[in-house]
Design a protein around this ligand. Sequence first.
Ligand code: GDP
Length: 298
Amino acid sequence: PAPQPAAPAQGGMLGRLFGREEEPRRVLDDAMLENLEELLIQADMGVETALRVTANLAEGRFGKRVSAQEIRELLADEIARIMEPVARPMPLYPSRPQVVLVVGVNGSGKTTTIGKLASQFRAAGKKVVIAAGDTFRAAAVEQLQVWGERAGVPVMTAPEGSDPASLAFDAMTRAQEEGADLLMIDTAGRLQNRADLMEELAKIVRVIRKKDPSAPHNTLLVLDATTGQNALSQVETFRKLADVSGLVMTKLDGTARGGVLVALADRFGLPIHAIGVGEQIDDLQPFDPRDFARALTG
Ligand code: GDP
């Protein structure tokens, strides 16, 4: 697999702790642990997770001499251990269509992620239909149409301001008639009025269940990694609005805040299905905990 550029801005994070790489081994003492915690918190890992990671790392080693390389490897091991259970691709089911509801705040990368996923599924020989369910944002609908063209996947739209649930129902009908493998439904991301959004999402779920009681099969929450700790509160909010089954983390290219993934994994344990590493159609990768941990620790 291609190397993941996750959190490249953090390269050399531990360099700051040890000074130059050639510096001799130093005693793992309280001061070093505090510095380590500080670095992890700066990387957006969150206080709770940072404290636990450093405590685990110090176990059996406190007061001993360690090198920067050893600390780096230990830290990467601790992080990978937290991330391994959540690194899981989006599960596929035999249902036709498998319905994938995509939720997240505006700007998180929902549209882009749907385009990238559609392209990957299509390349894997699956028949995909997209429903542009954010009917209140004309720009979102247009953008999704552009992505649909790029991915070679039909995009169903409805007039601006019309009921997203009725579009979802029509899309479900078409996907069933055409024997599509996957139906991906974009949704609105207006958190300003949560009650409205909750009702809107609930209604979409209600109508597609009329066609298939087991739908939606996946509810993906798209999160922007550059929002740091904000991503945690977005998970909390969206879990109240929808039955979130997995996460896609976008914009991991060039962010220094990748540590938030560790906090997310530690706190919620939701699967991370994929990571976005750029704006192009191929810039969606499976989440690799080892590569991620190495990139994060620099
Ligand atoms: P939506 O409002 O949630 O549908 O978000 P969009 O899909 O329109 O994405 C918002 C912006 O983020 C766009 O400019 C995208 O090109 C950009 N974007 C999405 N995913 C990524 C990513 O993984 N990396 C980078 N660098 N930009 C991304």
